[in-house]
Design a protein around this ligand. Structure first.
Ligand SMILES: *[C@@H]1O[C@H](CO)[C@@H](O)[C@H](O)[C@H]1NC(C)=O
Ligand SMILES: *[C@@H]1O[C@H](CO)[C@@H](O)[C@H](O)[C@H]1NC(C)=O
Length: 331
């Protein structure tokens, strides 16, 4: 990490959701860049304290202050907010709406900046975004943020995680996968639609850069990514690294839309996954140009490194998609 000038406004940080999948990477990056910050605090539930004893012990060993309480408790949350300049929320999908109170209380408690949990598909990419079911709660949070008098915000939009897109898809193979053992892939759309991906490990780096570049990130939507690739390019990289030609088939955009309708009809949890994949395939999260002048240059993962990591994972027998998917509450 290059040396940064410490910004007065981001001295004391509170992270909510720090032990979740994305939160784990975010807290790690913040701790690694600790010389830029004052107090680093985490707000967590009693339940997490018990279930994730080791994670909490690690955080304490790194000098992180732990505040315990329920996210619904104004008293607990406000007591954690005392002296805090910036709140970074990494709550999962189930906690998105609760941020409305967290934001109100932050304003009342004198917090200067709030990072709501975004870290995913761009919810304001084009006019159609406003109608997408998975975006509704995040859009509601942004609308609430607009009513704040003093509280500043930063929205960090990462697009899909390459860690989830690369790999197998046992629950519904038609939704696209790259299977290293079988040397088979199902590509989405015509295979030529580019998608901008962020590796989960890079999310923390972007958050730290946004925290440090206080001015550039003030009231801003920062759209970041690690790399951009089409399904054909991803497959070509798997083939290059495994040294053989793979068998491939396609799930057209039309077919994706059909699956999506069916999944909503039966109120399936998978519906959200299908919608997001359909959006990515339509090009609804393509950001070709990452403006390095905003956050500075960040060394990110690449198509090559992410395919290599996924091949390793699959060869070690770790089928990461379903479990990560559960933990991420469907991103
Ligand atoms: C950022 O947003 C807050 C709340 O809406 C507002 O009070 C503040 O003036 C904004 N700051 C800038 C620099 O636009
Ligand atoms: C950030 O903005 C403030 C107020 O607009 C300004 O005084 C300060 O010089 C800026 N800092 C940097 C590093 O640009």
């Amino acid at each position: 990490m290059p040396p940064y000038v410490t910004a007065e406004q981001t001295r004391n940080i509170l992270i909510i959701g720090a032990t979740g999948v994305v939160g784990t990477y975010i807290i790690r990056a913040i701790v690694d860049a600790r010389e830029n910050f004052g107090r680093i605090c985490v707000f967590t539930s009693e339940k997490t304290l018990v279930e994730k004893v080791q994670d909490i012990a690690a955080l304490e060993a790194w000098g992180v202050e732990i505040f315990t309480g329920r996210m619904e408790s104004e008293r607990s949350v406000k007591s954690a907010y005392e002296g805090i300049d910036t709140v970074v929320s990494c709550v999962g999908r189930a906690g998105i709406e609760r941020q409305i109170d967290l934001i109100t209380w932050a304003e009342q408690a004198g917090v200067r900046r709030f990072f709501p949990s975004e870290y995913g598909t761009d919810i304001e990419y084009w006019p159609e975004s406003a109608q997408e079911p998975p975006h509704q709660l995040k859009l509601k949070v942004r609308a609430h943020m607009k009513t704040m008098q003093r509280l500043e915000h930063t929205y960090l939009v990462t697009g899909p995680y390459s860690d989830l897109y690369f790999g197998t898809m046992e629950t519904r193979p038609e939704l696209g996968y790259f299977d290293v053992k079988a040397k088979k892939a199902v590509l989405l759309g015509d295979g030529n639609g580019a998608v901008s991906f962020t590796a989960i490990a890079d999310v923390g780096k972007f958050v730290v850069a946004a925290l440090i570049n206080t001015n550039a990130s003030r009231n801003a939507t920062l759209i970041v990514h690690s790399f951009t690739a089409t399904p054909h390019e991803i497959l070509a990289e798997y083939e290059r690294q495994t040294g053989v030609t793979w068998e491939k088939s396609y799930t057209s955009l039309e077919r994706l839309r059909q699956i999506e309708r069916e999944e909503y009809q039966v109120h399936s949890r998978l519906a959200t996954v299908v919608t997001l994949r359909r959006i990515w395939t339509e090009g609804g999260t393509l950001h070709k140009y990452y403006d390095e002048t905003v956050l500075g240059h960040i060394e990110t993962e690449t198509l090559e490194s992410q395919v290599a990591a996924n091949i390793r994972k699959q060869e070690e027998g770790e089928n990461n998609f379903p479990s990560l998917l559960r933990k991420l509450s469907l991103v």
